[in-house]
Structures are given as structure tokens and as C-alpha cells.
Ligand binder design. Structure first.
Ligand SMILES: CC(C)(COP(=O)(O)OP(=O)(O)OC[C@H]1O[C@@H](n2cnc3c(N)ncnc32)[C@H](O[C@H]2O[C@H](COP(=O)(O)OP(=O)(O)OP(=O)(O)O)[C@@H](O)[C@H]2O)[C@@H]1O)[C@@H](O)C(=O)NCCC(=O)NCCS
Ligand SMILES: Nc1ncnc2[nH]cnc12
Length: 310
């Protein structure tokens, strides 16, 4: 098996990238139904300062998750430790927000991805599914998919220390509508991050749309496909159809960088705010995409000089 060892980013760098991704997502404007620089979107208990304070409150949790994953072999023990750290992070978030659930889903997604990147499996090329690798250069998408697969392996492990008997909005959406929600997204290796948000983000950049429009189009692409339990919890299947069809319409009109697309986006925003439909799950997955996009993966030039050990 060919294995290449790469220099992994530190726990501080990974925690910083996770917090920055959450802040960049929160600041992105104008997002349909979500908190941004204009206000609370479909939320009457949130605003941008609260989202930024929440993101910063999660930094210690991300840092400890990264440190733990660096030192602990992937397995049930690591999964249980991540559960403890994740629930501790949720408590820190709630203290920072006065009890408002701003980023519970985001902590889950980004916590798993931070653990996957820190744990290093993504840095051992030969460890990936046993596939035979040559030593040629890779593009960033390959690294991101490897990290998402490692996160899926962690998410699928049992957490015997998870509290029992609590039912979340996501649980209700799963039992009532059969929605997969945040758990299934993670266990499926974050397909809406690696196969929807990141390709759309990179295509928008390559097309010269500008970073804001590229990010908005990436968010809209996720919104058009995701079974967002936030939306289901608040508006049921009809609410989810409104979010998905509205996002598809914005993209069909040319996306956030065009006049017709921006007009359709603002109409969707008006409707989601009026009906209190919040695509918070899509906001989380955009942040996860921004995180994977920020990770300092080895550059091809660096890869060329790295020795392949057989
Ligand atoms: C696995 C958990 C996330 C728990 O999941 P579960 O579905 O049981 O819990 P919920 O909190 O109900 O929903 C999960 C949140 O995930 C986001 N989300 C929704 N759909 C998807 C999807 N398809 N893919 C990915 N992510 C999704 C969404 O989070 C965002 O929205 C929340 C704010 O919206 P709001 O409507 O205001 O939420 P509420 O306050 O609940 O409703 P209101 O009262 O205001 O109306 C916010 O969380 C955003 O992030 C869903 O809400 C995980 O938490 C878990 O089990 N953690 C335990 C610790 C652990 O094991 N950690 C390991 C790694 S750190
Ligand atoms: N910008 C945002 N507004 C509301 N909920 C969110 N969840 C993740 N990002 C969000």
C-alpha cells in the first residue's frame, strides 16, 4: 500500500477554520430566511451578533475535538469522547446565546469534519478504502471527500454515553416524515457538502461571479435539495416544497449574481420570513463546505516533492 504522510494542520488552525466558516456563513447576505447582516431572517430570537458570539463560543470545543482526534484511534472510544465534547460545546453555545439554539447542527457537522481532518486518515492516501494510489497530485475535492468519508465512519459509530429519552425536532421530523436529517447527512459522508455546495462554490468562482454570489448560489443549491428538518419542523412537507422550489427558481433565473436571480432571491426571502421557514440545515452545510475549502490541504507542488513510501 502506498502511504504519503502530509503535515497536518494544528488543532488551533482547524478550530480557527471552523469558527471562521461559521462566521462567514452568518455574515453572508442576503440569505433567504436565515440570519445575516440584515437581521434575523425567519428567527425572532437571533441576529448576526448572536450568531458570531455563538461561533466564537464553539472554538474551545472544536479545539478539544481536534486534539482528541489527533491522539485517539478512530473507534467507539473516540466516538463517545466526541459525544461528550459535542454536548459540552452545545452547553457553551447555549450559555453564549442565552439558551437559543443557533448552531447545534453546525457543531455536529463541523465537529465531525474537524475530527476527521485532525485524525489524519485523510492524510494517509493509501488508507482510503484500500484503493491503489499513484503519487500524482490531487485536487482539493479528493481531500474533502476523504475527510467526509472519515467523518461518516465516526458518525456511524455508537455513542453509548448519549442521553436517552430526549426527542429533538429532528427526531420528530424523522418519525413523522421519514426525513434523514443531520444524522443521515453525516452518515452518508455529507453529500450536500462535497457533491453540491463545494462544486457549485468552485464553479461560481471559476465563472467570475465573485465570492458572495458564489457562496449564495452554493447555499441555494443545497436548499433546493436538502431534507432540512428545521424547515420540516416549522412548515411540514409544504414548507419544504416552498424552500426547495424557491431555491431552484432563483438558480433557474441565473442565480444571485443576476438581476432576475437576485429579484427571485428577495421574493423567496420575503416568503420564508413571513412563514417563519428557516433553512438552518442548509446554512450549516454551507459552513461545512467553507470549512473544507479553508483547510490547508497540501498543494500539488508540495505533493510532487513528498516521498511516497512503499
Ligand atoms: C445529530 C444532532 C445534530 C442531533 O440531530 P437531531 O436531528 O436529532 O437534532 P435537531 O437539533 O432537531 O436537528 C439537527 C439540526 O441539524 C441541522 N439540520 C437540519 N436538517 C439537516 C440536514 N438534512 N442535514 C444537516 N443538518 C441538518 C439543523 O441545525 C440548524 O438549525 C438550528 C436552528 O434552527 P431552529 O429551527 O431555530 O432550531 P430549534 O431551536 O430546534 O427550533 P425553534 O424552537 O427555534 O423553532 C441550529 O441547530 C442550526 O445548526 C437542525 O436543527 C447532534 O446535535 C447530536 O446528536 N449531538 C450530540 C453530540 C455529538 O454526538 N457530537 C459529535 C460531534 S461534535
Ligand atoms: N445564518 C443562519 N441563520 C439561522 N440559522 C442558521 N443555522 C446555521 N446558519 C444559520
Amino acid at each position: 500500500m502506498t502511504v504519503i504522510e502530509h503535515a497536518r494542520p494544528s488543532a488551533a488552525v482547524l478550530a480557527g477554520a471552523a469558527v471562521l466558516a461559521l462566521c462567514e456563513e452568518a455574515r453572508l447576505s442576503p440569505k433567504p430566511g436565515l440570519v445575516d447582516g440584515r437581521g434575523g431572517g425567519a428567527h425572532d430570537d437571533m441576529d448576526l451578533p448572536l450568531m458570531l458570539a455563538s461561533a466564537e463560543a464553539l472554538r474551545p470545543a472544536f479545539h478539544e475535538i481536534a486534539q482528541t482526534a489527533e491522539r485517539t484511534p478512530a473507534g467507539a472510544g473516540l466516538r463517545e469522547r466526541l459525544g461528550v465534547l459535542g454536548r459540552r460545546g452545545e452547553r457553551a453555545m447555549l450559555r453564549a446565546t442565552g439558551g437559543v439554539n443557533t448552531h447545534r447542527g453546525a457543531l455536529w457537522a463541523l465537529g465531525l469534519l474537524v475530527a476527521a481532518v485532525a485524525g489524519g486518515a485523510a492524510w494517509h492516501r493509501g488508507a482510503w478504502d484500500g484503493a491503489a494510489w499513484d503519487c500524482g497530485p490531487w485536487d482539493r475535492a479528493i481531500w474533502g471527500r476523504a475527510a467526509a468519508r472519515e467523518a461518516a465512519r465516526l458518525a456511524a459509530l455508537p455513542d453509548r454515553r448519549a442521553p436517552v429519552g430526549e426527542s429533538s425536532h429532528g427526531d420528530l421530523a424523522r418519525s413523522r416524515y421519514g426525513a434523514g436529517g443531520a444524522r443521515r447527512e453525516a452518515e452518508n459522508a455529507f453529500p450536500h457538502v462535497t457533491e453540491v455546495a463545494l462544486p457549485r462554490l468552485r464553479a461560481g468562482r471559476a465563472a467570475g461571479l465573485g465570492e458572495e454570489a458564489a457562496r449564495l448560489d452554493a447555499l441555494l443549491a443545497v436548499m433546493s435539495l436538502l431534507d432540512d428538518t428545521c424547515v420540516l419542523h416549522r412548515g411540514g412537507p409544504d414548507g419544504l416544497r416552498t424552500v426547495r422550489s424557491g431555491a431552484r427558481r432563483v438558480l433557474a433565473e441565473g442565480g444571485a449574481s443576476t438581476g432576475p436571480g437576485r429579484a427571485a432571491l428577495m421574493e423567496l426571502d420575503d416568503e420564508l420570513r413571513a412563514r417563519r421557514l428557516s433553512p438552518g440545515g442548509s446554512g450549516d452545510l454551507l459552513a461545512a463546505a467553507l470549512f473544507l475549502d479553508m483547510v490547508p490541504w497540501p498543494e500539488p507542488a508540495e505533493q510532487e516533492v513528498l516521498a511516497c513510501r512503499r
